[in-house]
Unconditional design. Structure first.
Length: 109
């Protein structure tokens, strides 16, 4: 899988061996935005055109487009886990936010 970016939107691309096409979708939005092409160059153009077309479609209809991830994660945890995480962050000389961001980054690597 390959990830592409355009105007803050990210698309993932896969290959369909049976159909002989590259296809993908824009991730991180509530709307379904897809694209495809028969070559790398075609799928790159199709991705950009899909994002641009989606933004134009929203503008024409006066609709706010779905934004890529904001970087904010609403998180609900138990008070005990909240306390333990805060203590772990303080023990490392970090804010809870900085410690959580670092811990999540390590987990997804």
């Amino acid at each position: 899988m390959t990830i592409m970016e355009h105007r803050g939107y990210r698309g993932v691309v896969s290959f369909d061996d049976e159909a002989g096409v590259l296809y993908g979708e824009v991730i991180g939005t509530r709307d379904m935005i897809t694209f495809e092409g028969e070559s790398v160059a075609e799928v790159q153009v199709a991705f950009r055109e899909s994002v641009d077309g989606y933004l134009e479609f929203c503008e024409e209809r006066g609709r706010e487009p779905a934004k890529p991830f904001s970087g904010k994660i609403p998180l609900r945890i138990s008070p005990d886990l909240h306390r333990a995480a805060t203590e772990a962050a303080r023990a490392r000389g970090k804010s809870l936010n900085a410690w959580l961001a670092e811990t999540v980054a390590e987990a997804v690597r």
